[in-house]
Every structure is written in structure tokens, then in C-alpha cells.
Design a protein around this ligand. Structure first.
Ligand code: F6R
Length: 365
């Protein structure tokens, strides 16, 4: 039942504090507050893994793109991320001590399952990140990290995505520990950031009414650009996908630094630009990218850290996000984008939970 919500998607957006909390429960030791990812009986020896390939489709692929930044930065293990339907036909060389991470909400996506079987045949160990227990991917993977989003009914993935990110963040920490490159104090810091997430997500959800008002202003645009850097680059891709699939407005996500290599030619007052810009080491670079957009008459919505001097934010609209560590920022910053897409779709009158041409579980190739 979706009551008191109007749509399942809206309900699922609001379930994220709980879903993330439930997922963390399985990955963080309650008393010691340390990462303790339990693997199934096949057991993976993370210390021996030298190379990681992540494979998924759609929103789950975006989760994989974020995980690449985390795993490479924290554990210093090289990661490649592939779309499942590309990987399986690409004859990518498989390293001897390689791990494949397969990310799938449903655990049944045909291309993802096929890519996984192909990798297993080639000798890779496989770790699943799966929301539906006993699904094909859960059963066939050597080990699984479960996400505890609960059933996701809206076709547009929301809580499944943020719980995938939560599980992958814990995996990156576990990998770094296994490699001996994360000390106990650093681990505590990251774990604290993760444990604060459910409360911080609540503080992002309070911007719902502001996002609805902004949606009203922007809903008539024919196209959108979403920009971000670092771990917020895949979040920009995800924001664009959410908007496309439920509002049918064309949208593209770009790495902010790529603007001047082409897409800036599109900028005018009819193409809103949504910028995902937490205040972090990359913030000043993003601001200069946004100034280039403003100089060309673009309308800018900036999702950024609250409490900054207004003069520092060159935007027409701002959503101020509660301060958080750089590590967990992508998990918080995707939420305003989910709400923006939701409100634009509702205002346009599309079928939010069952967008045209889409199915919840894509079991054909
Ligand atoms: C987008 C969306 C899809 C799925 C994709 C993979 O909102 O839901 O892009 O993410 O079809 O599905 P799973 O994760 O079930 O393999």
C-alpha cells in the first residue's frame, strides 16, 4: 500500500532513511562500529584481489561508477566499470586474481546475469550486490552483499540505488582494510559518516516543497543538463536518467569539466543546468564551470552544501544540503535529483510509477 503517498516512487524516496539504516545494520558491527561484511560460505579473500570489474545496467551501473571512485581511492585497487550488455561481448581480458562485482536490484536482469555467467566461466570470482534474496544473481554469485531496500515497486529506482551505494561504500572500506591501507582511526571516521546517513537523509527530504516549486519553474524545458565532478559525476548521470524515464524530458549528465569540450554550445535560457556540487576539494572547479554556464545565459539549479556565503554560488536556484563528509556525499546528493524528477513528472501528468515502455525487471536481452 502506498498510502499516505500519492505514488510508490514518492513512498520509496521517503523510505530511504530506513532502507539505508537496515542495509548498514548488516555491514557495520553494532558494538565495535567497524566494517564487518559477512560473506556467504564460499568466502572471498579480499586481500588477494588485484583487479575489479563492475558490471550492471541503468541505475545500478551508476552505483558501480561511484564505487569505482571509492574503491580506487580507499583500497588502491584498479576498477573498471562496464555496462553488462557491453562487457559480455567485449572479450575483456580476465585477470587471475580478478573479482567481478555484479550490481542488480532485481537479481534477474538478463544482460547482467549473462555477463556474470560469462565472467565465472572465465575464472573470475563474483560478488553480487542484490536486493531480491534468492534471485538468480544472488544464487549464482560466489558471495552476495544484500541491500535491504525492501520491495521496490516504482519502475524508477530510488531506494535500491542509495542502498546499493551504502553497501558498496562498506565494501570499499572492507577492501581497504583487507589490503592494510586503512587504519582504525580512518575507519572510524568513515563509519561515523555512514551511520549518520539516515538522519541526514531526513534533513535532505525536508527540501521536497522547495524542489516542487523549482519543478514548477523548470517543467516546460525541452531538455536538461546535469553536471558533477568526482563521485557526483555519476550522480549527475543518475539525475538525468531519473528525469528522462519518468518525465520524458531529454536530459544528459556530464562531468562538469567536459562542458567546454562540446555541450556548452547547447547553453541558453531554455536549457536548465542542474549542478551537483557539495563543498569539497572540487568545489571551486565546479563553480568556475558554472560561471561559464551563467555567462552564456543558462539557468542554474545548484545542489550544494548549506551555510555558504551566497556570493559563492552562481545559481538561480539553490538546494542547501546538510553538511556531510565527502565520502558519503553522493548518497545524499542524489535525493534532491530524485525529488526534482518526481515533481516534474507529477506536474506533467505522466504515469510516474509505470512510465511508458519500461518494465521493472528487464529479463530480455
Ligand atoms: C532506472 C532503473 C533501471 C534499472 C536497470 C537495472 O530507474 O530502474 O535502469 O536500474 O534496469 O536493473 P537491476 O538493478 O534490477 O538489474
Amino acid at each position: 500500500e502506498k498510502w499516505p503517498y500519492r505514488h510508490y516512487m514518492q513512498k520509496e524516496i521517503y523510505e530511504q532513511p530506513t532502507a539505508i539504516g537496515e542495509t548498514l545494520k548488516e555491514l557495520i558491527h553494532p558494538a565495535y562500529r567497524t566494517i564487518s561484511i559477512r560473506q556467504n560460505s564460499a568466502g572471498l579473500d579480499l586481500a588477494t584481489i588485484e583487479d575489479i570489474t563492475i558490471v550492471a545496467c541503468g541505475t545500478s551501473w551508476h552505483a558501480g561508477l561511484v564505487a569505482k571512485y571509492w574503491i580506487e581511492q580507499l583500497a588502491h585497487v584498479p576498477v573498471q566499470v562496464d555496462i553488462a550488455s557491453e562487457y559480455r561481448y567485449r572479450a575483456s581480458p580476465m585477470r587471475k586474481n580478478g573479482l567481478m562485482i555484479v550490481i542488480s536490484q532485481s537479481g534477474e536482469t538478463a544482460d547482467t546475469l549473462a555477463a556474470m555467467r560469462y565472467a565465472k566461466q572465465g575464472g573470475l570470482q563474483v560478488l553480487g550486490v542484490v536486493n531480491v534474496p534468492e534471485s538468480s544473481i544472488d544464487r549464482e554469485a560466489d558471495a552476495t552483499l544484500h541491500t535491504y531496500a525492501g520491495p521496490e515497486i516504482g519502475v524508477a529506482s530510488t531506494k535500491a540505488f542509495t542502498t546499493q551505494l551504502t553497501a558498496l561504500a562498506c565494501f570499499a572500506l572492507a577492501m581497504a582494510k583487507a589490503k592494510g591501507v586503512l587504519d582504525a582511526k580512518q575507519e572510524q571516521g568513515y563509519v561515523d559518516e555512514l551511520l549518520q546517513l539516515p538522519a541526514k537523509v531526513e534533513q535532505v527530504l525536508i527540501h521536497d516543497a522547495s524542489l516542487e516549486a523549482i519543478a514548477r519553474e523548470l517543467m516546460h524545458a525541452n531538455g536538461f543538463l546535469f553536471l558533477g565532478r568526482g563521485t557526483c559525476f555519476p550522480i549527475a548521470l543518475e539525475g538525468a536518467l531519473k528525469l528522462k524515464e519518468i518525465s520524458y524530458i531529454h536530459a544528459e549528465g556530464y562531468a562538469a569539466g567536459e562542458m567546454k569540450h562540446g555541450p556548452i554550445a547547447l547553453i541558453d535560457e531554455d536549457l536548465p543546468v542542474v549542478v551537483v556540487a557539495p563543498q569539497n576539494s572540487l568545489f571551486d572547479k565546479v563553480v568556475s564551470n558554472v560561471e561559464e554556464v551563467k555567462a552564456r545565459g543558462g539557468r542554474v539549479l545548484m545542489i550544494t552544501t548549506q551555510g555558504q556565503a551566497a556570493g559563492r554560488i552562481p545559481a538561480d536556484y539553490t538546494i542547501p544540503v546538510v553538511p556531510c563528509g565527502e565520502f558519503v556525499a553522493p548518497i545524499l546528493y542524489v535525493i534532491p535529483l530524485q525529488m526534482l524528477a518526481y515533481h516534474i513528472a507529477v506536474l506533467k501528468g505522466t504515469d510516474v510509477d509505470q512510465p511508458r515502455n519500461l518494465a521493472k525487471s528487464v529479463t530480455v536481452e
